[in-house]
Design a protein around this ligand. Structure first.
Ligand code: ATP
Ligand code: MN
Length: 456
C-alpha cells in the first residue's frame, strides 16, 4: 500500500522535517498538480502530478517556460505523497533537500484524450489548469529519468514570463519571508581575505553591509543593479553580474526586451536580505540604475560623475564640484554629494518629478556642455581620455537608460576597501574621494544622515 512512497519515506527523518509522512491516499476525481519552487543545494522547480494515489514528481532545474522553444529538462524523482502538495516552508539543514520550499502553482490537470499516461516510457500530453500554468504541455522521456517539459503551441503559448512570479501562490510570501528573517543568510567562507592591506575579510564586509543596510536600502531597493563579485579577493578575477541567477532566492527579477547581450533577466534588491545574500555570493560592489524597476523608462535621479585627469590636483577637482553645484543651484536642482571611493566625487540629483531618459540625458548633457563652454580649460564633456589633459571629464553619460553608477554606501573593490560615501556639502574640502574606509563609514553612521532630505 505505501510501497510507492517507500523511497520518499526512507529519505526523510520525520522527527526533524515538517514535510508530511508518505501515505498513499485516494485520488480525487479531478487530478491535482502542484509546482513547488525549491531552493536547496540547487535551485529548481518541482512539478508534481497526482496519479494513482501519489504525486508523480519531476525536478525542473530551469523551471517551466511558456515558450515552446524552451525544452526544459525535467528529472523524474521519487513519488511524493498527495499531502505534499500543501507543503511550504523550510527543510532543516542536514536533512534531505535542505532549503526552502515555496508553493509556486497549483490546480488540476488532465491527460489529453483521457488516455492513461505511461510514466515509464514515451510521451505524456496533458493540460494544466493552474493559477500560473495553463494550457497544453508535453513531457517527453529521453533516457532513464530524464524528460523534457515543453509547452505546446496553443492559445497559452508565450502567455507569461512566468518565472517573474516570485511569490507563493498560496501565501503571497517571497522566499525570504518563508525562510524567515532570522534564519536567512548563512555566511560561508567568512575568513576569506578580500583586501590584504589593511586586511579585510569577507566577514568584515558582511558585517559592514549589515550595519549600513538600513541606510543604504532606500538608495538601492527596487532598482535594477549590477554587482561586482570578487570571490578570490583583490588580485583575483572580478566577475560582473548583470543578470539574475536562479539561485538567488531573495532577489527580484525583471525581464527586459532589447538588451545588448542576449540575456534579458535583470535583477533588483527588495530588502536587506537581498543585500546580505549578494554579499554571501561574493558580490561586494553595487551599481544602480537611475530608474525604479516599476518604471525603467523614466529617470528619478541624475548622476554627475566628475572624473579628473590623473595629474589634476584635489583642489581643482573640488573647484569643479563647486562649479557644478552652483549651476544645479541656479536650476533649482537640489543636489547631494558623495565620494566615489575612487578618484572623484559624484553629485546626485533626486528628481521630484521623474522624467523620460531622453529628457534626463539632455539635461545632464546640457549642463556638462555649459561647463565646458564656460571654462574650456577646466572641463570637458567628451569622455575620450585624450581630451581630458589637465581637465575634469563631467561624465553625464550615467544618465541614459541602463547606465549605472555606484550605489551610495557601496564598498569599492579598489586597492583598499573604500566606500562611496554620502557626505555633507560642507565636508567637500575635508574629505578626499578615497578617504572613507569601512571603519570610518561605520563611525559616520552614528551622526546625522547627510542625505536626510534626499527623499523629502
Ligand atoms: P572614480 O571616482 O574612480 O572614477 P567611479 O565609480 O566614478 O570611480 P568610473 O570609472 O568613473 O568609476 O565609472 C562611473 C560609473 O560607470 C561606475 O560607477 C559604474 O557604475 C559605471 N561603469 C564604469 N565602467 C563600467 C563598465 N565597464 N560597465 C558598466 N558600467 C560601468
Ligand atoms: Mn568616476
Amino acid at each position: 500500500m505505501t510501497k510507492k512512497l517507500e523511497v520518499y519515506n526512507k529519505k526523510r527523518n520525520f522527527d526533524k522535517t515538517h514535510e508530511p509522512r508518505g501515505r498513499k491516499e485516494k485520488s480525487s476525481r479531478k487530478f491535482r498538480f502542484v509546482v513547488q519552487h525549491h531552493i536547496a543545494r540547487k535551485d529548481h522547480y518541482d512539478l508534481r502530478l497526482e496519479w494513482d494515489g501519489v504525486l508523480k514528481s519531476w525536478a525542473v532545474p530551469k523551471g517551466p517556460s511558456y515558450n515552446s522553444k524552451d525544452k526544459r529538462l525535467a528529472v523524474m524523482v521519487e513519488d511524493h505523497p498527495i499531502s505534499y502538495r500543501n507543503f511550504e516552508g523550510i527543510i532543516p539543514k542536514g536533512e534531505y533537500g535542505a532549503g526552502t520550499v515555496m508553493l509556486w502553482d497549483y490546480g488540476t490537470w488532465e491527460v489529453l484524450d483521457g488516455k492513461k499516461p505511461n510514466f515509464k516510457k514515451g510521451i505524456i500530453k496533458f493540460k494544466l489548469y493552474g493559477k500560473r500554468l495553463k494550457g497544453l504541455w508535453t513531457l517527453v522521456l529521453m533516457d532513464e529519468d530524464n524528460w523534457l517539459l515543453i509547452k505546446d503551441k496553443d492559445e497559452f503559448h508565450l502567455y507569461d514570463n512566468i518565472l517573474e512570479f516570485n511569490t507563493s501562490v498560496k501565501t503571497g510570501r517571497t522566499m525570504a519571508e518563508i525562510t524567515g528573517e532570522k534564519t536567512t543568510i548563512e555566511l560561508t567562507n567568512s575568513d576569506k581575505v578580500i583586501f590584504k592591506n589593511p586586511k579585510v575579510t569577507k566577514k568584515d564586509i558582511f558585517n559592514y553591509y549589515e550595519k549600513v543596510a538600513k541606510r543604504m536600502l532606500p538608495f538601492i531597493e527596487n532598482r535594477l543593479i549590477s554587482t561586482i563579485r570578487l570571490p578570490d579577493g583583490v588580485g583575483g578575477t572580478p566577475f560582473y553580474k548583470k543578470h539574475f541567477e536562479n539561485l538567488d532566492g531573495y532577489l527580484g527579477v525583471k525581464k527586459l526586451r532589447s538588451s545588448g547581450d542576449n540575456r534579458n533577466d535583470y535583477y533588483y534588491i527588495k530588502d536587506i536580505n537581498g543585500i546580505m545574500q549578494e554579499v554571501q555570493m561574493n558580490s561586494y560592489e553595487f551599481h544602480i540604475w537611475g530608474s525604479k524597476v516599476d518604471d525603467v523608462n523614466h529617470a528619478d535621479i541624475l548622476v554627475f560623475d566628475l572624473d579628473p585627469d590623473e595629474n589634476l590636483s584635489l583642489s581643482k577637482l573640488r573647484e569643479g564640484v563647486k562649479d557644478l553645484k552652483k549651476i544645479l543651484d541656479d536650476y533649482n536642482l537640489e543636489s547631494f554629494l558623495k565620494t566615489s571611493g575612487g578618484k572623484g566625487y559624484h553629485i546626485v540629483v533626486p528628481l521630484r518629478n521623474k522624467t523620460t531618459w531622453k529628457n534626463a540625458r539632455s539635461i545632464a548633457r546640457n549642463i556638462a556642455k555649459l561647463m565646458e563652454a564656460t571654462w574650456p580649460d577646466k572641463y570637458t564633456s567628451n569622455m575620450k581620455k585624450s581630451k581630458r589633459k589637465c581637465k575634469i571629464f563631467i561624465d553625464w553619460v550615467r544618465n541614459i537608460k541602463g547606465a549605472t553608477s555606484v550605489a551610495p554606501y557601496s564598498i569599492r573593490l579598489r586597492n583598499k576597501a573604500t566606500i562611496s560615501m554620502p557626505i555633507k556639502w560642507s565636508e567637500l574640502d575635508k574629505i578626499s574621494p578615497d578617504e572613507i574606509t569601512i571603519e570610518k563609514a561605520i563611525q559616520r553612521l552614528k551622526r546625522k544622515d547627510p542625505w536626510v532630505n534626499f527623499f523629502a
